[in-house]
Ligand binder design. Sequence first.
Ligand SMILES: Nc1ncnc2c1ncn2[C@@H]1O[C@H](COP(=O)(O)OP(=O)(O)OP(=O)(O)O)[C@@H](O)[C@H]1O
Ligand SMILES: Nc1nc2c(c(=O)[nH]1)N=C(CO)CN2
Ligand SMILES: [Mg+2]
Length: 256
Amino acid sequence: MKLAPFQKTFINLPSNCTHMKWEDWEPFYLRIVREMGYSIEEDRKSAELLRSLLLEGDEYILREELDAVIGRKAYVFGAGPSLENALKEFDFSDGTLISADGATTALLDFGLVPDVIVTDLDGRISDIKLANDKGSFLVVHAHGDNRDKLVSYVPFLSRILGTCQTEPLDIIYNFGGFTDGDRAVFLAEELGAREITLVGFDFGDIVGKWSKPSLKEHSLVWESKRKKFEFARELLEWLEKNGRARIEYLSPELMD
Ligand SMILES: Nc1ncnc2c1ncn2[C@@H]1O[C@H](COP(=O)(O)OP(=O)(O)OP(=O)(O)O)[C@@H](O)[C@H]1O
Ligand SMILES: Nc1nc2c(c(=O)[nH]1)N=C(CO)CN2
Ligand SMILES: [Mg+2]
C-alpha cells in the first residue's frame, strides 16, 4: 500500500506521545535485558534494520492508519490453551480483533481474520502472510534475536507498522510492552481502545501449541518462556493501574 507523500514526512515524536512513556518503559526494559540476557545494542541494530527494510519496501504505515482500525472495544488473543474453547464458545463480532503472533493460526482455523496481528515473526509465517493477504494489518516487532526473520519476511508482507523495544525511531514506534501478547494490549490502549478483553492469556505452566511452529501440542513451559510470562503479567498489571482502558480476562475457568 502506498501512502500519500505528505504522510512520509518524518517527525520526531515527542516522548509524551505514547501512554507508556519512555521513562516508564526504560526501567522495565533494563530489568528485562538483564534477566533475559539480551543485548541493548543488538536490539537497537534490529530497530535500525527494520526501519531500513520498511523504507526500502514502501509498505509501512504510520500510527494514524492504525488509529482508524482500532475501535473502542478490542479483543486481544494470546496463544494459551484456553484459546480454542473461547473461539468455539464466544462471539467476538462487536470489537476489533487483535491477535498475538501464533494465536493468528487458531483464529484462521475458526474462520476469523484478525484486524491486526502483533508479531515478532516467530509464529507460523504462512498463516501470518495468509491473514495479511486477507486484510490484517501487521505490527512487526524488531529485537536482537529476529533480524534474520525481518530480512527474510518483511519484503513479502504488507501494511506494516514497525515497533521496537529500544528508543523509538521516526517510523519505528515503542508503545511499551514486551511479549507479543502484552505488547498488543499496550498498542490497543495507546491507539484508543477503552474496553479490552484478553482471550487465551492463561500464562501458567502450559504453553499453547500455536506459540511456536515447532510445537505439535500444548507443552510444559520452559524457563525462558516462564520469565517472559512473568514480565508480561507484570506489564499488564501496570497497564491496568496506569492506563485508560478497562482490561478484563476471558477467564479459563469459564471454559469447559
Ligand atoms: N499459556 C500461554 N501460552 C502461549 N502464549 C500465551 C499464554 N498465555 C499468554 N500468552 C500470550 O500469547 C502471546 C502469543 O505469542 P507468541 O507465542 O508468539 O509469543 P512471543 O511473545 O513471540 O514469545 P516467544 O518469543 O517465546 O515466541 C504471548 O506473547 C503471550 O503474551
Ligand atoms: N532480544 C530479544 N527481545 C525480545 C525477544 C527475544 O527473544 N529476544 N522476544 C520477545 C517476544 O517474546 C520480545 N523481545
Ligand atoms: Mg512471537
